[in-house]
Design a protein. Sequence first.
Length: 274
Amino acid sequence: MRRLFFFMSGALAAVPLVGYTLWRRTSAEVGRSVLGGAVDAGSVSWAAQLSEVPEPVARFFRRTLPDGQRHIRTVRLRQEGEFFMNGRWRPLRAEQVFSTTPPAFMWDARISMAPLMPVYVRDSYAGGRASMRASVLAVYPVVNQAGDAGLNAGALMRYLGEAAWFPTRLLPGNGLTWEAVDANTARATLVDGATTVSLRFTFDETGDLVEVYSPDRFREVDGTYVPTPWRVRALGHEVHNGLRLMSPAVAEWLLPEGPLPCWRGRISFYEFTI
């Protein structure tokens, strides 16, 4: 009986390790699919396209992109930050990959809910389809959703906002258009297959991006998706590989009772291909 007890204890202790190994393997496969599907994003000089965008957007590109910057094809980055869950900020580390054309991403995060109790989260969007997975210890699933129209729209909207981290994707073309709002604000619209999303981008007088906003991003509430105002605010700006990016930042839902934050953090590693 004692031998059986120790055998069972060892087997149970190995479950999280096996789960984590399988989780990482699947994330690697999804990441390779995202990066492997990327195609040439274009070779036209970004400066030649400034006449096609509203003035605050042109100011943003002049502030953000170095002279001669070619169109970015893929991005790989890491984040250090916190995720707001159950009324508290929880430490978060994440890796993320993007394809600029076609639009695709994968976000693979580890959220420390308690000592020795991580939750693994993987969000992805590719081929017009979004997927969201979350598992405690990479073993016990708590979220498993895919393909819902609201989920697809929310993921593509997230992609459009995070395109500020690979700003040549915000140049007009490949399904993206701009329209002026006022002297410091413009609206970007991105079409990918059956899904169309828009976001309002606000810039300061120097051209730095200070806020991304949607009046109706889908938020999951008790298994349904509810249109809810949402924004990302810049907490600073950093230069990564020659690009001036909005980092650190905070993302929050704007509820009637006040802002509900969900993520805050910064880019800790950044690389791109052209």
